[in-house]
Ligand binder design. Structure first.
Ligand code: HSE
Length: 450
């Protein structure tokens, strides 16, 4: 039976019995070093609290020469990851190699050997989650992946423990620190996208190259893991409509600001009448909503359950120690599960409740939008646009025309009420074809959380 709501202490006749758990870490990069540092710093505290003493027994990496700023005892480092997995003295494996190649091989091999695997690898779960959860279940062991979503924020543990009695109505996430950092500084300082991206890279927030961050795929990887857990089956990446913030202009940030909104790269996950709605997209959010106040490289996840109502979780979404903290939490939970002979933990059963899920077609999703048009500044231009929007059942919430700043054309910013995505696409296509239309319209979702 799955039982893993926390790390249980081991007591005999009222005395705590200490049990060692021997850990094999694959990948000694940023997060691997953070895990080792965290255990060195607080391992004794963890042992006091739980009766489980975490011992970093082996660490594998192709590069065992580079100084990571921490020392490990002689004989711990190796370049041979498979020997760590096969080592009978290792109780559990921590996969921090990254990517979907050897990381998949190592993970499946460890699970086949009945060893629990802890991973921070969101791309691996997004692309191969089903195979991995099934392998864990078939081999009567667990896969634990708190660090894959939201860095140090214990959001998955919250979903599968504190919120276990809830049906999840919606989740909104700011899940990429790089994008949030860029958007925050664009708004605060009015600087262009490219300049701030270079800073984000220098600060080590962004992946190299940063495409996975700024094109939204990193957020989408995390969103499908959240959605899979919320709705009970592995969600494929192609179920997520993904758009990033590449090329977002300062005009959009300034227009949103003037109208009382901020732009955030949001993961949007909803139960939409029994179908899963899933997207990653830049969206205007009201400045008065808590999620709008999440700045810099921080992450936040806003979860609405049918019993608990609104909850929000906030913290560092990346980095050596915050992500290390999430991995360590999983190590202790996996250790307790192993010592209690739990078999298949909740982190696996929740992903495999159903054979599959139904998804909303992107065309049918109803949403509010921000539309920036460029219209010839002459009589009738606005009328033509309004006629098209009306004919597509798109109702206007507000419209602002600015003084023109380019030859012949004036920017017009429209905020709409809810309408179907397919209608927006068709209307914008028609507007583009008008003889009064200048530069291509820009359209973004407006999410008012109603
Ligand atoms: N590059 C990622 C971010 C790191 O900026 O959030 C964690 O996935």
């Amino acid at each position: 039976m799955p039982f893993n709501y926390g790390c249980a202490s081991f007591f005999t006749n009222g005395k705590q019995v200490m049990k060692d758990i021997r850990i094999g870490i694959l990948g000694f990069g940023t997060v691997g070093a953070g895990v080792v540092e965290g255990i060195q710093r607080n391992g004794a505290l963890m042992a006091e609290r739980t009766g489980i003493n975490p011992v970093v027994a082996r660490v594998a990496d192709l590069d065992i020469e580079t100084d990571r700023g921490i020392t490990v005892p002689d004989g711990v480092l190796t370049t041979d990851a498979m020997s760590v997995i096969a080592d009978e003295g290792i109780d559990l494996i921590v996969e921090l190699v990254g990517g979907t190649g050897v990381a998949r091989t190592f993970t499946l091999e460890a699970l086949r050997q009945g060893k629990p695997v802890i991973t921070a690898n969101k791309a691996l779960l997004a692309d191969h989650g089903e195979e991995i959860y099934q392998a864990a279940r078939e081999n009567n062991t667990g896969i634990y992946y708190e660090a894959a979503v939201g860095g140090g924020i214990p959001i998955l543990r919250s979903q599968r423990a504190g919120l276990i009695g809830n049906r999840i109505e919606s989740i909104y996430g700011i899940l990429n620190g790089t994008c949030n950092y860029i958007l925050t500084r664009m708004e605060r300082e009015g600087l262009p996208f490219d300049e701030i991206l270079a800073d984000a890279q220098a600060l080590g927030y962004a992946e190299t190259p940063p495409d996975l961050d700024i094109d939204g795929d990193d957020t989408a990887h995390k969103a499908v893991v959240l959605a899979s857990m919320a709705y009970g089956a592995p969600v494929p990446m192609d179920a997520c409509t993904t758009k990033g913030i590449r090329g977002l202009s300062e005009s959009e940030i300034a227009n949103a600001d003037e109208m009382g909104y901020r732009i955030k790269l949001l993961a949007i996950i909803k139960d939409n009448a029994g179908k899963v709605e899933l997207s990653v997209e830049p969206a205007l959010v009201p400045k008065t909503h808590m999620i709008a106040s999440v700045d810099d490289a921080f992450n936040a996840v806003f979860v609405k359950g049918d019993i608990v109502d609104d909850t929000m979780y906030y913290g560092r979404g990346a980095g050596r120690l915050p992500t290390g903290s999430a991995v360590i939490g999983d190590i202790m939970e996996a250790a307790a599960d192993k010592l209690h002979e739990v078999g298949t933990p909740v982190s696996v059963t929740m992903m495999l409740q159903k054979d599959g899920l139904e998804y909303c077609s992107a065309d049918n999703i109803e949403k509010r939008c921000y539309i920036r048009l460029s219209l010839l500044d002459k009589p009738g231009s606005m009328g033509k646009v309004m006629e098209i929007l009306g004919r597509h059942n798109i109702s206007i919430a507000s419209v602002v025309q600015k003084e023109r700043h380019e030859e012949g054309c004036a920017p017009v910013v429209v905020l709409t009420h809810k309408a179907k995505e397919a209608e927006f696409v068709a209307a914008i296509d028609e507007i583009n074809g008008l003889d009064v239309s200048g530069a291509d319209p820009v359209r973004m979702r407006l999410e008012d959380f109603e």
